[in-house]
Design a protein around this ligand. Structure first.
Ligand SMILES: Cc1ncc(COP(=O)(O)O)c(C=O)c1O
Length: 396
């Protein structure tokens, strides 16, 4: 398919205060790794966003921002266009990022000592936000078969006690790339609803789904699910504007909405970044065509890696993900320990990836590779990996 937007343009991100590119030495202990770790893209964001930010930047006063109604309307229209769901205006509030919002939800809906369920391997701040707030992490690990992950609902039922107050769902799932099916979500909802457990659904990756219409926002499952949940929605991963810290929470239940907004006010987190406001409106109002093409490019990137591994590095496996631009690479075939694998990737392959074990013990033997970069960079990454694996196999 011929794309109108050029995703092959290579940008030098060094010395742009990019955590991915400018903190390499600090994170990996050397300067020569190719960074394919933290989840932002090496691709330019939608031109409509650049234009909106540039327009606002022309005005030389950058005082406190005001969030206009247009901001909320753009999100409501986006959900209607992309998910065919209805969000009411009074369900929406803003949050300066989804991780801060997880902290707010934990504080609003549980107390120290309460138990909160997560489903590892999962995005590592799910662990730290629970722990840092003095709540107890309860793991309901995902089950894996041939690189495909699914929920263990039997185990979930067994893990619930009278102290279990919340479940944090990663939907779609980072790092395993699942888009949860209606059946899975309904079964999870039934269990949580029966036990009065609030579901906090982190849907930051929901726009990065490769099969149109597959993602089901938790609030849209049914009225009861809407009533016992809080969903986070964000253009930050979708449009590569994570550094602008502007996201939304969707809370249909009036009481939960009030408790959550009180938590926002207690932490003085009710404001958004001035440029974030402009970016969100432009992204949701004008970014659809760009996103559809981005998804084509990213899917081809995933297919490229999959094919490369299958044909040239068969000891390393990756299933083509259903969502996200994060590949979950299975290195167990090399038989290395966790520390050895980390050292092998940094020192031999010269690749800066996220350690799988950072997402829970279930991730041991895996690495997360961010493929939201140019095809050229991925070719370089695969060549580095192939060379390193070949010389490792020779030395065995
Ligand atoms: C599942 C998930 N939630 C939240 C975030 C980060 O959200 P924010 O930057 O808005 O705090 C990420 C980033 O990778 C993520 O993967």
């Amino acid at each position: 398919m011929k794309l109108n937007f050029n995703f092959n343009e290579d940008f030098n991100r060094k010395e742009t205060n990019s955590i991915k590119w400018d903190s390499i030495e600090k994170v990996f202990g050397c300067t020569d790794v190719l960074p394919l770790w933290i989840a932002d893209m090496d691709l330019a964001c939608a031109p409509a966003i650049v234009k909106a930010i540039n327009n606002r930047a022309q005005h030389p006063i950058y005082g406190y921002g005001y969030i206009p109604e247009e901001f909320y309307l753009s999100a409501i229209n986006w959900a209607s266009k992309r998910y065919n769901t209805l969000i009411r205006r009074n369900w929406l509030t803003t949050v300066p990022g989804v991780v801060p919002a997880l902290n707010l939800a934990i504080n609003a809906f549980s107390k120290p000592g309460d138990e909160i369920i997560i489903q590892p391997p999962v995005y590592f701040p799910f662990f730290s936000t629970i722990k840092n707030n003095g709540r107890v992490i309860i793991e309901n690990p995902l089950l894996e078969k041939d690189g495909f992950y699914y929920m263990d609902l039997h185990d979930l039922k067994n893990k619930i006690t009278s102290k279990t107050k919340m479940l944090i769902l990663c939907s779609p799932a980072n790092p395993v790339g699942r888009v949860w099916s209606r059946e899975e979500l309904e079964a999870l909802f039934e269990i949580c609803n029966k036990n009065k457990i609030i579901v906090v659904s982190d849907e930051i990756h929901s726009d990065l789904v490769y099969e149109k219409g597959k993602h089901i926002p938790f609030y849209s499952l049914n009225n009861d699910a809407a009533n016992m949940s809080i969903t986070f929605m964000s253009p930050s991963k979708t449009f590569n504007i994570a550094g602008l810290f502007s996201s939304l929470a969707i809370i249909p239940n009036e009481d939960l909405f009030t408790e959550f907004t009180h938590a926002i006010l207690r932490s003085s987190l009710e404001n958004l970044n001035l440029f974030g406001i402009e970016a969100v409106i432009a992204a949701y109002n004008e970014g659809e065509e760009w996103l559809d093409e981005l998804l084509v490019y990213l899917k081809e990137n995933a297919e490229f890696i999959h094919h490369y591994l299958e044909t040239k590095i068969p000891d390393v496996k990756m299933r083509i993900t259903e969502a996200t631009y994060l590949g979950w690479l299975d290195f167990r075939g090399l038989g290395l320990s966790g520390d050895q694998l980390t050292e092998f990737l940094i020192k031999e392959a010269k690749l800066g990836l996220n350690e799988g074990r950072g997402f829970g013990v279930q991730g041991d033997g895996f690495m997360r590779l961010n493929f939201a970069t140019t095809r050229k960079t991925l070719e370089e990454a695969m060549m580095r990996l192939e060379k390193a694996v070949k010389s490792f196999k020779l030395s065995e």
